[in-house]
Write a protein that binds this ligand. Structure first.
Ligand code: CTP
Ligand code: CA
Length: 228
C-alpha cells in the first residue's frame, strides 16, 4: 500500500484533529498553559488534506500557519475545545486525532477582575479543578470511527501509553518521550512509538511533516483492517 501514489485515498472522509496547548484563564490578564507548539497536529492536518480528507482542525493558541483547505476552529480553553469538537462531529467523524496538549486543570473559579497582590502574605494559592477529558468523552460517545491519542510521557513511556489506550477507549496511541530535548514539544522533529491493541511500531526519528505522512498512512491502513 503506497498512499503517496494514491493522493485521494482519504476522499470522502472527515478527520477532526486537535492541536496546540489550551489556555485556561486565571483572571482577565493571566492564564495556565504549556509549551505545545501545535506543529505535530498541524502537520497531521496538512497530511490528511493532501490525501484528500476533509479536515477540521480545532486549535489552541499557536504560531503555526494553517494548511490550505483546512476548516480551522480557534479555541482557548479545554471546555471550548471539547464543545468545538462535539459540534463538528454531528455524524461520526472518520478519524479523531487528539494531538492537543490539553491543560489537565483549570481554575475552579476564574475571577473577572485582575487579582491583586495582598500585602499581608508572601504566599498565594490557586484552587484548580480537572478539565474534561476531551478524547475520552468523544470515544465514549463514539463520535469517530477511529480514535487516535497521543501520550506525552517523561518515564515508563510505553506502559503509561498502553494504560491510556485502554482507559480512554482508543484505537491507536502515539507515545512521545517529552523528556528528550531533541524531539517532541516545540521541536521540528519527533520520534514516537505507535501502539494499538494488537501491535506496536516505531518509525525512525523524522521531521514532523514526514512523520505525519507515515502516521496518516498507518491510521488509514488500520481503519481498513478494522471493521467499523
Ligand atoms: N487529552 C484530552 N483531554 C484532556 C487531557 C488529555 O483529550 N483533558 C488527550 C490528549 O490530547 C492526548 C491524550 O489525551 O491525545 C493523552 O494526553 P496526556 O496529557 O498524555 O494524558 P492525561 O490523560 O492527561 O494523563 P497525564 O497528563 O496525567 O499523563
Ligand atoms: Ca495531561
Amino acid at each position: 500500500f503506497h498512499a503517496k501514489q494514491i493522493p485521494q485515498a482519504l476522499a470522502g472522509q472527515h478527520w477532526v484533529i486537535t492541536a496546540g496547548p489550551t489556555m485556561e484563564a486565571i483572571d482577565p490578564v493571566r492564564y495556565i498553559s504549556n509549551h505545545s507548539s501545535g506543529k505535530m497536529g498541524y502537520a497531521l492536518a496538512a497530511s490528511a488534506i493532501s490525501r484528500g480528507a476533509t479536515v477540521t482542525l480545532v486549535s489552541g493558541p499557536v504560531q503555526c500557519t494553517p494548511p490550505a483547505g483546512v476548516n480551522l476552529i480557534k479555541v482557548k480553553s479545554a471546555d471550548e475545545m471539547l464543545a468545538a469538537c462535539e459540534s463538528n462531529m454531528d455524524t461520526p467523524a472518520s478519524v479523531f486525532i487528539g494531538a492537543a496538549a490539553v491543560a489537565d486543570f483549570k481554575m475552579k473559579t476564574a475571577t473577572d477582575q485582575k487579582m491583586k497582590k495582598t500585602s499581608d502574605s508572601d504566599e498565594m494559592q490557586l484552587t484548580l479543578v480537572k478539565n474534561p477529558d476531551i478524547i475520552a468523552t468523544l470515544a465514549q460517545d463514539k463520535r469517530a470511527n477511529i480514535m487516535v491519542g497521543f501520550a506525552a510521557e517523561t518515564q515508563n513511556v510505553i506502559d503509561y501509553a498502553k494504560s491510556k489506550l485502554e482507559r480512554k477507549g482508543l484505537d491507536i496511541i502515539i507515545a512521545n518521550d517529552v523528556s528528550r530535548a531533541d524531539i517532541g514539544f516545540n521541536q521540528d522533529e519527533n520520534q514516537v512509538t505507535v501502539i494499538t491493541k494488537q501491535t506496536s511500531w516505531e518509525p525512525a526519528k523524522a521531521a514532523k511533516s514526514e512523520l505525519a505522512n507515515q502516521l496518516v498512512d498507518f491510521i488509514c491502513q488500520h481503519s481498513q483492517s478494522t471493521p467499523s
